[in-house]
Design a protein around this ligand. Structure first.
Ligand SMILES: Nc1ncnc2c1ncn2[C@@H]1O[C@H](COP(=O)(O)OP(=O)(O)OP(=O)(O)O)[C@@H](O)[C@H]1O
Ligand SMILES: [Mg+2]
Length: 270
């Protein structure tokens, strides 16, 4: 068996003496697409942040979140930040709900991309400038030259999220963690961004940890799903099995709710 890229083992997250996340145990293999689904406040984002080693004081993780680097593992629960800095960007990439979380409002888009491209690929000068434009074209942004010269307040929300994706991909991560990457976007823009993520993941052979509260979206994006409720893991199953034969009562509710919505739509191809 190939070593997992991410291996969460009895991962818990506490705020002082209160437990917010309890005993999450799941792993992501190279090339695998794992979803996390659950209602608001169920602990999805905290789990992703713990895996990235990005929980801020006073939140504290316990258990382990081992990241497979190819030359061993780094435990995001215990590793020092400078060790995790070398893993974030290269082994793990991250895209969040709000693109502004990873973008700098005071720096032109092109400039923001030069830093990770220079750092991870050792590029300089013209090669670096070309790589910036290629990275923007790769996420299907029109007029890469214009976008590169723009500040993020000068581009649309969908374009910003594409820039955030380009930034996350700049270090060629082996696992992309995407936390509700389309929730903040207009519905008409969402589908395009999901298509882009799907294409990047398959073309690069990346693994994906995809977080959403939307079952149809998770079904489309993943091979396996972890269901969370109240900070606990209630079920992990292959996506197809989860949808056709959910075991836990909460998962059954999720599936039934999404069917009920489906039934409101008129008959015909969807
Ligand atoms: N920085 C924080 N300080 C204190 N409590 C927090 C913090 N971040 C999250 N929580 C709490 O931890 C629980 C899990 O939060 P989390 O953000 O992981 O939920 P989520 O499943 O991502 O929800 P959503 O679907 O709304 O994004 C919630 O009860 C939340 O209020
Ligand atoms: Mg969240």
């Amino acid at each position: 068996m190939t070593a997992p890229l991410l291996d969460l083992d009895a991962l818990g997250i506490d705020l002082d003496d209160r437990s917010l996340v309890e005993a999450v145990t799941v792993s992501v293999a190279p090339g695998e697409r794992l979803g996390i689904i659950g209602e608001s406040g169920s602990g999805k984002s905290l789990t992703a942040l713990a895996a990235l080693g990005l929980l801020a004081h006073p939140l504290r993780a316990r258990g382990s979140a081992r990241i497979g680097t190819g030359e061993g593992t780094v435990d995001a629960v215990t590793a020092p930040q400078r060790r995790l800095d070398r893993v974030r960007g290269t082994v793990l990439g991250a895209v969040f709900q709000e693109p502004l979380a990873s973008l700098d409002p005071l720096m032109r888009v092109g400039k923001q991309l030069t830093w990770p491209l220079a750092r991870h690929r050792g590029l300089r000068g013209d090669a670096l400038r070309r790589a910036v434009l290629d990275a923007l074209a790769d996420v299907q942004l029109p007029e890469p030259e214009r976008i590169a010269r723009s500040y993020i307040h000068e581009i649309s929300g969908g374009q910003r999220q594409r820039v955030a994706i380009a930034l996350a991909l700049a270090g060629s991560p082996r696992l992309l963690i995407a936390d509700e990457p389309t929730t903040a976007l207009d519905v008409t823009v969402q589908a395009g961004v999901l298509d882009l993520l799907q294409r990047e993941v398959s073309e690069r052979g990346m693994a994906l940890l995809f977080i959403s509260h939307d079952l149809p979206v998770v079904t489309r994006m993943t091979d396996r799903v972890l269901v969370m409720k109240d900070g606990r893991q209630v079920e992990v199953a292959d996506t197809a099995t989860l949808v056709s034969a959910p075991v836990d009562p909460y998962t059954q509710q999720l599936v039934a709710a999404s069917r009920a919505l489906d039934d409101l739509l008129p008959e015909g191809p969807r």
